[in-house]
Ligand binder design. Structure first.
Ligand SMILES: [Zn+2]
Length: 693
């Protein structure tokens, strides 16, 4: 099915006052336009760093009283240069076609982050910023200044020279150790051997992809595409256990040492900065406010999920015991398998059955069309854009909200299919920050969906479609939220523990039959996805939410605990084992070295709670919408105005209050966890009644 109304015809191009910068040979914003070899990329990045230094010199040269204009403006300009340079370097690191270019991207990334650290410890800059009188008439600028000064203090700028030197060393050490931890995981692929009988239950294309060894056995690896199907579908419990242990243990024991050193360095840093533990430091500038609040959140979420998780477990165990009467309990290694079997049986739903309705091309059109309606924007393809790979689709984003006159808002790039050497994950990345009236924001999606080659329709799983929309939500937050006056106040600059809320909210929209039917058509016949199939899919998808939350609490608690005590003698396996016992009704397994492959521990440190906090907010947000008119009703525009457009110009807690009229509450999540979708008629229940009382 095609979409007639994806692009608003005859956009009011006349009213544009700002054009997307022309991509020319000497382009200070888009490195890929001119940097055709590593030396050129290095030269380009050095120009940006030189521009940053010039901005800082301008700031230092001021002699009279400090003002927003003579001090904060050049500071923001400097931040802007570093952001442009860092984003472009990151783009090469993730996406360049050759290894030498990716290596140079990585080298420039770390060079730019070193300049950033240097700036964050520059006392003269800090004192200049602190001398600006707080502008009371301009709350966004006031918030920017206050937040910038807070970040300066948290980085230790007001410490003496010797302490600052130590801080710098510790920061470097932390970033080296983080990199080493991630490398050990990326390089730590393990192999396990399986008999042909042990592959029973796995999809046919999975088995066909693996050629038997001469002795008839099969070699599987701990790489993602090999792991998930085994845990979800393999009927051999022994294979599932071996795979589970190998996957969690793929960087063990090396990473236990690295992790301990990392935690020690973080603890030393926290002590230098006057905090008891690293978790206190890491939460000081977040929405949650303090480490004790993390513990409180864990307790609240445990309380609401415990009973429903127990109920789910008992239902699944009873089902499993019908198949295997000798089974006494289910372990976490077997949880996914039995949940999947139970879902299939109870909801007559097989995840493979929806794939023909989600061919990649239609999904991309559908996501753009859905986002256009929900966010009140339009997308216009840019056919002649210079891009880093010919497969990249480029769109300009125009405002379509009432009274907006079709203003140009920015540009997005979609790099959606795997290729040799490309980053293997799914993410949304800034390319350019926005500065109102001066620089339009640009962003990109980096994904690895199937499709994109001639003859392959790229049939997607439902979860992949949801992932696509989730990442697209980050992109829209960046574009719509980066129209303000400061480069450092865009959509990606909100507090880190709020950043997932808007995207998690969008995921809920894709339970709507009407929304899915607006684009999901059979790739051969064009028949819209049947309502009954959507209903069964929703019912199956909604089952196990309490278990999902309890699993997140295991990770949340682990990430918090190891940063909330002296790290020297932590027994990682013990803490994880105890967390599994505390939060999960599924039993822990022996020999599980989870900590050694917990990738989030580098980027999130103690703050894995972000996911569960943002889920609470996302579901509360979603509960405000009319389920029968999700995209076109008035709430969507109100949401855009209150939550998305302000970017980081207000504290996140304020954004939440501005939309909800109160702080977030846990009640909506409680209802969500117990939600059951009607499966009989396929029609969604009337608004407001689909949650069990
Ligand atoms: Zn996300």
């Amino acid at each position: 099915m095609k979409f007639p109304a994806l692009f608003f015809p005859a956009l009011a191009v006349l009213s544009l006052t700002l054009a997307v910068p022309a991509q020319q040979a000497n382009d200070p914003l888009h490195a890929w336009v001119q940097a055709k070899d590593p030396a050129a990329l290095e030269a380009w990045a050095n120009q940006r760093i030189a521009a940053e230094k010039a901005d800082i010199d301008r700031l230092r040269a001021v002699t009279g009283p400090r003002t927003v204009q003579n001090t904060l403006r050049p500071f923001d300009d400097a931040q802007n240069e570093l952001a442009i340079a860092g984003n472009n370097a990151n783009l090469f690191f993730m996406l360049a076609g050759t290894a030498p270019m990716r290596d140079m991207g990585q080298k420039q990334s770390s060079a730019i982050s070193a300049v950033q650290t240097e700036l964050s410890l520059d006392q003269r800059v800090y004192r200049a910023l602190a001398a600006i009188p707080l502008p009371d008439h301009d709350p966004a600028t006031r918030h920017y200044l206050e937040r910038t000064l807070l970040e300066y203090r948290l980085s230790g700028v007001d410490k003496d020279d010797a302490t600052r030197a130590k801080i710098k060393d510790l920061q470097d050490k932390i970033s080296d150790l983080s990199l080493a931890f991630e490398r050990n995981i990326a390089d730590g692929t393990l192999k396990i051997t399986a008999t042909r009988a042990e592959l029973d239950g796995l999809p046919g294309d999975y088995i066909a992809r693996h050629k038997p060894n001469p002795d008839g056995t099969y070699t599987l690896t701990t790489d993602e595409p090999d792991v998930r199907p085994v845990l979800n579908f393999a009927s051999s419990a022994s294979l599932r256990l071996r795979m589970y242990q190998a996957y969690d243990g793929r960087a063990w024991p090396a990473n236990e040492l690295v992790l301990r050193d990392l935690l020690i360095a973080r603890q030393q840093l926290a002590s230098l900065l006057g905090y008891a533990h690293y978790a206190d430091l890491a939460t000081a500038d977040q929405m949650i406010g303090s480490a004790p609040n993390v513990e409180k959140l864990i307790g609240q979420l445990d309380a609401v999920s415990r009973a429903p998780a127990r109920r789910e477990y008992e239902e699944v165990l009873a089902f499993a015991q019908e198949k295997q009467p000798s089974l006494e309990s289910i372990s976490i290694a077997d949880a996914s398998y039995w949940m999947e079997q139970y879902r299939r049986s109870r909801f007559s739903f097989d995840a493979q059955s929806v794939r023909p309705y989600f061919p990649y091309g239609e999904v991309q059109n559908g996501i753009l069309a859905t986002a256009a309606r929900f966010f009140r924007v339009s997308f216009k393809p840019v056919k002649d854009a210079v891009v880093w790979d010919p497969s990249v689709d480029t769109f300009d984003v125009y405002d379509a909200a009432p009274g907006s006159k079709g203003k140009l808002l920015g540009r997005i790039y979609l790099d959606m299919h795997p290729r040799e050497g490309k980053d293997k994950w799914f993410s949304s990345e800034p390319v350019l920050p926005g500065i109102g009236g001066r620089q339009l924001p640009e962003g990109m999606l980096v994904c690895n969906f199937s499709g994109g080659v001639a003859g392959d329709p790229g049939l997607m799983e439902y979860n992949e479609v949801v992932t696509f929309f989730h990442e697209f939500g980050h992109l829209m937050h960046h574009i719509l939220g980066s129209q303000g006056q400061w480069s450092g106040q865009g959509g990606f600059n909100v507090e880190g523990d709020f950043v997932e809320s808007p995207s998690q909210m969008l995921e809920e929209i894709f339970h709507s039959t009407a929304v899915l039917q607006s684009f999901a058509g059979h790739y051969q016949t064009g028949e819209p996805i049947p309502a009954g199939l959507v209903a069964r899919m929703n019912a199956a998808d909604a089952y196990g939410r309490a278990r999902w939350l309890q699993r997140q609490l295991i990770f949340t608690s682990f990430s918090f605990q190891v940063h909330d005590q002296p790290p020297e003698n932590i027994d990682f396996d013990r803490i994880y084992f105890d967390d599994v016992k505390r939060f999960s009704t599924f039993a822990p397994v022996p020999g599980d070295h989870f900590a050694a492959s917990f990738t989030h521990i580098t980027g999130y440190s103690s703050n894995y709670y972000t996911y569960v906090l943002d889920k609470v907010i996302a579901i509360d947000f979603f509960s405000q919408f009319d389920k029968n008119n999700l995209l076109d009703g008035p709430t969507a525009l109100r949401y855009r105005r209150a939550v998305i457009e302000p970017g980081a110009s207000k504290p996140a807690a304020q954004l939440v209050k501005d939309f909800l009229g109160r702080p977030q509450q846990i009640d909506a999540l409680r209802r969500w966890m117990n939600e059951e979708f009607a499966t009989q008629t396929g029609a969604p229940p009337a608004s407001g009644t689909q949650n069990r009382p």
